[in-house]
Design a protein around this ligand. Sequence first.
Ligand code: ADP
Ligand code: MG
Length: 324
Amino acid sequence: MDQLIELKGITKTYPVTTGETGVFKRLFGARKRLFALEGINLSVKPGEILAVLGESGSGKSTLGRIMARLETPDEGHYTLRGQRQSGRAQGRKDRWEFGSQVQMIFQDPFGSLNPVHSIGYHVQRALALHGPSEQQAADLLDAVGLRPGSSFVRKFPFELSGGQRQRVAIARALAVRPALLIADEPTSMLDVSIRMDILNLLKGLRETHNLAILLITHDLPSAFYLSDRMAVMYAGQVVECGRSEDILEKPSHPYTQLLLRVAHERIATRPGKTDEEGMLAAQLRETSSCLFASRCPKVAQSCLEAGPALTRMGQREVRCHFPS
Ligand code: ADP
Ligand code: MG
């Protein structure tokens, strides 16, 4: 058992109503199931950084929430250090025990801090079961680069910049010394100039705390900069997974290639032409084609006949009939 976390066959669907708009939707719309995740197999080792990459709607946040046990999957197994976990963490004891292993931070560092409480309060509260002291809170703030920590303890969220607030959120998550930090788009609401600082902070914490990180991002350069391995997702499926260096050097899946091209050309964050209908049809699994077929430059007849399985190719896994 050298895995910290293992997910096997995780599927999560949501009920949706399609076909009508406005008030008629509830009455006359068709009720369907949208696949946010399908058959996800992923593992994270202690101290490993795994990036989950994909455009909006690909299922990244759902994966993060399931890994944080904020949601229950429809199907699949979840183990933490070899121990089988139930769906959503229930009850104080379960939540506390699990929370001492796995913590999550979100995109919006302002939304996750309470404006009426001081920075010290937020961090000390998280330390509560470890015998909190202002000094410990200050030390933690120091550790996330808010220096000197003692000068931040009495400040309030509105007195801090976005980057500083995200550092507070990270300090609070670290208070319990978790083994895994799930970071859902942690830099996407920050100024470009300070994104790198937060990524470097996360990188440093892996070194100093042997912290494993699940980095959820739609930004390929961030994923490559930080991660050891990456899983590229499309419409709820993993389409390519392997060592980040290998994937950067030679992306196999046409979707990964598209993401890489977009990153090189530094064009909009949304890769390629958006095909919302195609994406929705894919999420509803209303097609037996490859889910990426409607956007794929390499699409062939066999791609329309059947969707490919995720297949091992050397060190990586790829879901494509014609991998490069
Ligand atoms: P990402 O983080 O990659 O943008 P999400 O995991 O947030 O993707 O969402 C995946 C899909 O599941 C999206 O189409 C989204 O609209 C849908 N979805 C997520 N949460 C819910 C929910 N609670 N109810 C209905 N649909 C949802
Ligand atoms: Mg998301």
